[in-house]
Design a protein around this ligand. Sequence first.
Ligand SMILES: [Zn+2]
Ligand SMILES: [Zn+2]
Length: 416
Amino acid sequence: MVTTLSDSPPTAHPKKATGLDLHENVRPEIKALQPQLVDWRRHLHQYPELAFKERLTAEFVAQKLTEWGIEHQTGIAETGIVAILPGNQPGRVLAIRADMDALPVQEENEVPYRSCHDGLMHACGHDGHTAIALGTAWYLSQHRNFAGTVKLIFQPAEEGPGGAKPMIQAGVLTNPKVDAIIGLHLWNVLPVGTVGVRSGPFMAAAEFFHCQILGKGGHGAIPQQTIDAVLVASQIVTTLQTIVARNIDPLDTAVITVGAFHAGTAKNIIADTASLSGTVRYFNPGLADTLPERIEAIIAGVCACHGASYELDYQRMYPATINDPTMAALVRSVAETVVEPDLGIVPECQTMAAEDMSFFLQEVPGCYFFLGSANANLGLDYPHHHPRFDFDETVLAVGVEIFVRCLEKFFENSTA
Ligand SMILES: [Zn+2]
Ligand SMILES: [Zn+2]
């Protein structure tokens, strides 16, 4: 998950306070796997690695797959791995995607499994995603009685610059061709034992811009000889906010944030240049052209009005993560059998954070969902990317159970 902007803090889960067993609906074999899942997650947590450098992580994953006799290919898009598990009857192909990368964060948790890599940390829960996918692989290696093939995609670099796209370019969705895909993100915005899932737009598109305003500097007391870059940039910052307010359908959701503004050197000097950097978020793919066009029109217009010029660099990072209705319904119906159907499902869950799972969902129908992982009673409710981020590991077996039931239901439906 890339950059949470503003999500609500976890809310108390009334039933959790009474000590409800989160593994109540988890099958005994997966329940018994829980200590292993915790061990794998903690091992991965101790050795976090950044984008496209997930070598120890990939080695760990490959070693487990080899141990369990699962066919797999390593080194895809640098450190990615794809494992193939055919069932004992032919059928459709369902992929499960897990991301493996960590963040440049110095861990502040004082736990026995704290990061051994200085300045690096699994502060987003991708160690948990990898452990859940491994647990699913292990279970399937023991139970091949399904009609179809499972493809497990262990992906690098989700936190940026993005490993999904190069893996797709390397052909992970072909040979055999993937018919549908699912994936999850552990989510400390939701209490442990809850699932956030919805059809359609789920996470936002993330884009970034950097703009350099070129004015004409001079003496602070002789403005008539200058083009004040601070004044020009200030007008741009405020006018950019009119895009969401006045150019976007109020029923669409978009965010334009200028997060950095740098200009000037001294109190009596009119700045020659100013730089602005920001991010743009939205769900509706129809806004993909409108937003950068409006941003540039405002920058150009304000600059022209003052005689300044500009250089604009606009980068599209990830498109919006959009769930297929059929696959979202499948995940939701499965989740209802694993977590409390009345309390545990958070429908219409959405965030303006972004994910490169979106690239997979542009290619094949699928569903990405949140598995709540916060437990305020245990102090495990820091936000993602925080140096004290950690999650309730009870969730690991729940994740495996949900994945396995999704596969069973998907293959059952495909043979019906
Ligand atoms: Zn993240
Ligand atoms: Zn993440």
